[in-house]
Design a protein around this ligand. Structure first.
Ligand SMILES: Cc1cc2nc3c(=O)[nH]c(=O)nc-3n(C[C@H](O)[C@H](O)[C@H](O)COP(=O)(O)O)c2cc1C
Length: 452
């Protein structure tokens, strides 16, 4: 596909995802999971994955939120020399919180561990149809945020798909890779490039054997044979089930995500994760509050949320908040860091309509909004703004929790042309993501949230 073709097809897919067209629900294919011998995680990986991607006890799906609770994001860990584990490529199994060895490391592998994040498209595409792919980009951003909040030093939201695939040894039928996270502090910024180096098999086998002798007791016996059967995450074949009502959506979603990651060079940027001092218990118990979310945050809290979202991902989407109460308005941070009105009046009923008619949004205390991404945005910008919106919203949700506020991410937006709604040029400034926010029930005042 040429660059012009890719841009054209992404523009068309974006227009369709933002339209009123209802998705047709399909039948999700069985979720692929890593198989084969597995090993426990060494301490430097155990904590951060437990705080971000691991399923928890008592039916807790994951610490990270996800559209429809479908949790499509998986992590491939590239473990360099010097770890307690033999260097190599591993697939992380979120349900067992164990690693499955997929293959050896190249001799160029750097120290430390880097994760390549992929999205399994089938469950989300089966549920949300043509609206799935923007949600998957938001989910990737939330997963990267969860890893950053768990203590990882840096995230990369713009690495080209082919570079990520080469580093993690994934092919076109695997779940598309869309982001990377440096898990340990000793992992250098050129980690992806060094993992992507292709070497003849005999060289890589030597690397594997060398490192296998370093294996600790945390590695299963089957992993110490020197020839572990490589485990692979295999998604259902693209186009499988042709003839079913929704057969096209998973394949289309896969194709769109792959096209978004296409890039001719290997340039990418690491963004340092901001230092966050949050007790592990807060990360592990974070939940999306069930609606309704009543009671407006105060102005200082709104400033903190807007600042957090903008600061963690400079160059990302724009941010504003819709508030209710006695002076309903759409506010953003002005040049002097103070709240300024973009528009007056109550935007919440319109937001409720745009967000797949989720009526409770009309009375939510406030809605933090990531917006931007014009109709004709090039593919790289579409990807960056959606992933950035999810990443920053993950940080904002934790900031809300730290201030004692309740919150819930909102991901599906139709005809949500915010710019046009406030009198600007249409098609330039769309709602990408939202965070509905409310106070604790015992702090709400009667009538505060009445949109009438
Ligand atoms: C990208 C994204 C979009 C979401 N969209 C909605 C939404 O439109 N409506 C809603 O009620 N919840 C939405 N959620 C919240 C999920 O339903 C919630 O994260 C999931 O059920 C898991 O629950 P938990 O966050 O409490 O762990 C969204 C979450 C994410 C990350």
């Amino acid at each position: 596909m040429t660059h012009a073709d890719a841009t054209h097809s992404i523009t068309a897919a974006l227009t369709r995802a933002r339209s009123a067209e209802q998705p047709v629900e399909g039948t999700p294919a069985p979720r692929p999971r890593p198989t084969g011998p597995s090993t426990t995680l060494p301490p430097e990986l155990d904590r951060v994955l437990r705080l971000s991607l691991a399923a928890g006890p008592g039916g807790r799906l994951r610490p990270v939120p996800s559209a429809g609770a479908l949790h499509p994001v998986d992590a491939h860990l590239l473990v360099g020399p010097g770890s307690a584990l033999p260097a190599g490529r591993y697939a992380y199994h979120p349900l067992t919180h164990r690693l499955h060895r997929r293959g050896p490391a190249p001799s160029t592998a750097p120290p430390g561990t880097v994760a390549v994040l992929t999205v399994t498209v089938e469950p989300t595409a089966a549920h949300y149809g043509h609206r799935a792919w923007p949600l998957l980009l938001l989910d990737i951003g939330h997963a990267a945020a969860a890893l950053a909040l768990g203590g990882c030093p840096a995230v990369c939201l713009d690495a080209p798909g082919p570079l990520l695939a080469a580093a993690a040894r994934l092919d076109a039928t695997d779940a598309p890779p869309l982001a990377a996270v440096r898990i340990t502090a000793d992992c250098p910024p050129d980690a992806l490039l060094r993992w992507a180096v292709h070497e003849p098999t005999n060289t890589t086998n030597r690397t594997d054997r060398t490192n296998t002798t370093d294996a600790t007791d945390s590695t299963d016996a089957t992993d110490r044979t020197g020839q572990p059967p490589p485990a692979r995450i295999r998604p259902a074949r693209l186009g499988q089930g042709a003839g079913a009502p929704n057969a096209g959506e998973p394949a289309d979603t896969h194709r769109i995500l792959a096209a978004l990651g296409q890039c001719a060079d290997t340039r990418h940027h690491w963004q340092p994760a901001p230092p966050v001092e949050v007790p592990d218990s807060v990360l592990l118990t974070r939940r999306s509050a069930p609606p309704p979310l009543l009671g407006a945050p105060d102005d200082a809290q709104l400033v903190t949320l807007l600042r957090t979202a903008a600061a963690v991902h400079p160059g990302g989407p724009s941010w504003c908040v819709a508030t209710g109460g006695p002076r309903p308005a759409l506010v953003h941070l002005g040049d002097h860091g103070r709240l300024e009105a973009l528009a007056t009046g109550d935007a919440r009923p319109t937001l409720a309509f745009w967000a797949a008619r989720q009526r409770w949004i009309a009375t939510t205390g406030a809605m933090l909004l990531a917006h931007g991404c014009p109709d004709d945005a090039p593919p790289a910008q579409v990807r960056a703004l959606h992933q950035g919106a999810g990443y920053a919203m993950g940080h904002a949700q934790l900031a809300a929790a730290s201030m004692g506020l309740r919150s819930r991410p909102i991901g599906s937006w139709q005809r949500a042309d915010l710019g046009a709604a406030i009198g600007r040029a249409p098609g330039r400034d769309w709602v990408l993501h939202g965070l509905a926010i409310g106070r604790q029930p015992d702090e709400c005042h009667e009538g505060d949230d009445d949109p009438s």
